[in-house]
Design a protein around this ligand. Sequence first.
Ligand SMILES: NC(=O)c1ccc[n+]([C@@H]2O[C@H](COP(=O)([O-])OP(=O)(O)OC[C@H]3O[C@@H](n4cnc5c(N)ncnc54)[C@H](OP(=O)(O)O)[C@@H]3O)[C@@H](O)[C@H]2O)c1
Length: 340
Amino acid sequence: MTQIINKAIVMSTRPVGMPKLADFSLQSHNIDSYNLTDGQVLIKNHYLSLDPYMRGRMSLKKSYAEPLQEGEIITGEAVGEIIASKSDKYPIGTFVCSMSGWQTHFVSHQKSSALYPVFNDQIALSAYLGIIGMPGRTAYLGFKHKAKPQPGETIVVSAASGAVGSVVGQLAKQQGLRVIGVAGSAQKCQYVKQQLGFDECLSYQADDFEQALTTTCANGIDIYWEGVGGRTLNAVAPLLNEGARVPICGFISNYNDTNVAAETPFQVLAKLKPTPEHGFFLVSDWLDEYPTATMALAQGVIDGSLKFKESTAHGIANAPQAFIGMLSGKNFGKQIVKLV
Ligand SMILES: NC(=O)c1ccc[n+]([C@@H]2O[C@H](COP(=O)([O-])OP(=O)(O)OC[C@H]3O[C@@H](n4cnc5c(N)ncnc54)[C@H](OP(=O)(O)O)[C@@H]3O)[C@@H](O)[C@H]2O)c1
């Protein structure tokens, strides 16, 4: 093998508000596998992960990570197969996850901390980007460290049908909590209740959402898993019990907001008396626990106690459309792009 045509999606212009297709462009360049240096591998990606945090990378808003520059490949994780190798550690044929970005091929060094092998062939390759990848670990580790769950408590989980929320709710059910999901449509709510086993799921798009949440949580809310902000947070806030915990995983309703005066969850929660325990966390706060979390999640998938759903776009050219869709709830489950 010599020349490979790599296709990549770059951020051609920095999006303002909801990203548009014109903010992205598809570019091609050649990779010569003979040019690999010692320790390098060439990966052919099978699946790309599309995640809400990528919208933050496209913005110049203050963040924990450096922003992308115009013309750069969109950041992101992928899973694929090594098709050329100058590494003793990763021979040709090894399946790996890497921080490839949105592209069909990627050259990585074996020493990259973001490169790791797929470890179980009983599990679909794409799941390494979802339930047993970064989103699953976010749910597992954030819930373990920040939610402080007690059996019998009531937890409300936002973005309940999505990559992170679906796992949080299932773990909470396993630990004896009463689990109320919130999602964007009746179809998603039905899935959350019937397939994932939540006790209830309400649509924040419904006219009577606030009233329905108040009735459903007649004894208040002990834990609110925050992933969305906006209307859901405003409905939850007055129902939080004394001693409530609010792990802030994200607030997607704010990510495309151009209104600088829009309230963040920190502002909404800080005004409450008593103020619930709350704080933003990153999954990478617990890097040393990744192996344990990943193994526990993988075990749950294998024994059927953890279920997941994926939304699959096909072909790298369709990644921008799928990403835009995810930011408005068109995905139903973990959003991935199938390349092979
Ligand atoms: N802190 C961390 O380390 C970390 C790691 C991973 C993810 N996160 C955060 O966790 C949250 C969920 O991420 P995910 O990967 O699991 O995504 P996801 O839930 O699979 O997909 C995003 C979902 O957000 C919902 N959404 C979109 N716009 C919304 C709006 N304006 N108001 C309310 N909901 C909206 C949609 O679901 P509906 O149709 O139900 O509205 C959409 O399906 C995000 O805030 C993300 O940034 C944080």
